[in-house]
Design a protein around this ligand. Sequence first.
Ligand code: NDP
Length: 478
Amino acid sequence: MPLFEYAPAPESRSIVDIKPSYGLFIGGEFVDPADGAAMKSVNPASEEVLAEVAEAGESDVDRAVAAARRAYETTWGPMPGRERAKYLYRIARIIQERSRELAVLESLDNGKPIRESRDVDVPLVAAHFFYYAGWADKLTHAGFGPDPRPVGVAGQVIPWNFPLLMLAWKIAPALACGNTVVLKPAETTPLTALVFAEICQQADLPPGVVNIVTGAGATGAAVVNHPDVDKVAFTGSTEVGRAIARAVAGTRKRVTLELGGKAANIVFDDAAIDQAVEGIVNGIFFNQGHVCCAGSRLLVQESVYDELLASLKRRMARLRVGDPLDKNTDIGAINSSAQLDRIRTLSEIGSQEGAEAWSPPCELPDRGFWFAPTIFTGVTQAHRIAREEIFGPVLSVLTFRTPEEAVAKANNTPYGLSAGVWTEKGSRILATADKLRAGVVWANTFNKFDPASPFGGYKESGYGREGGRHGLEAYLVH
Ligand code: NDP
């Protein structure tokens, strides 16, 4: 039967009203940065400049922390949990009301397919605010002592791969527990955080409870190093995580770090192959592989290797790469030219080290930052593409013979954020999961998230947990 062609199905961007320039959100208002510095946010699918965004310097961060401190002491800290909950519910509902706008803007600024921002990111963002709104008046029952108190002012730094979702993971639990926040979005994806600032205004959130300071790494460092910040929460690279851990060592600041990963996705020979292939594709090509818990190392039992690889290649040949705003797109744009360079460099190293690259035939757009979905076979554990986080649509395929070998190879990494197990046997799922040194282990599925379940790493993937009841702990003194 001939294949049907897909007609273009672009989502309209008219719902988004991007302003030519944005200030910093401090004390409930948009204000200009002290020295007037600005940077540009670019659509990675077209290289079009979307907006100019203020770049906060140290004195701006100082203003933001002072606003957060004032709000903490005068309004938000003393407010009963049941009142705080009302604001969080209101924010959650406004996010739902403005969900299409947020999804389109996220896809424009980040490059991820609209199908993902619309069906995954934004619904999860609203779900996080609903979930933590529910905790705000029940903190005495959360298992952290009879009278848990907020920590104070939280300084939060987030990456570009899930801009609005990482904001929700950071802000929702902090506010539910009575803390105020200063958040720095990533340099390449600040726009949905700025719409979130508008949502805070729309929800009548008291001024200073949420402050958004846009900027680059130096702004993040100013937030982390500010002496009046009580708690630091960071998601991003292990390298910057290390620098932050060093910066706060010896201070009274609390810190949680959610860093990189190199997850093993283990397929045993009794697994349902078609289902496993869907999980492998979702595990590494979801969000262009810009996922800290991506299943970037596929471990296949040798006896099903040929069958699985043939099936995986067939499936990959059906992936549609292109316009993130097209509702049929599976793989969007790489977030920045710097990230594209990194993916290219590591892939070239993979080939030089002797692994074999394969991509389905696919036409990449002329403008913007693109990388075809790629698998590397013949990968050994010593290869850099098996050890380092590529953070792109690149899968390293390795094989194993026995369950013991699978576990040993899966754990042979400095990271420990997530893993996947594919098998028909429940006992094998439990036995394998028990031995994997990873914060999350998915069984016969991958990349599933829920606000009620905790998320976080072992080893160099960081420390602390976000999400669920566990996610409250970092924001409470008990
Ligand atoms: P970073 O870790 O540099 O970025 C994460 C956040 O930290 C951004 O908001 C960044 O600002 C900020 N930041 C940078 N330097 C500092 C600092 N010294 N102090 C405080 N905050 C700082 O990641 P990159 O964007 O540079 O990506 C590099 C690699 O990191 C990727 O290729 C990927 O492998 C990995 N990565 C992993 C993520 C994960 O969730 N595991 C997420 C993002 C990246 P700014 O964006 O303005 O530089």
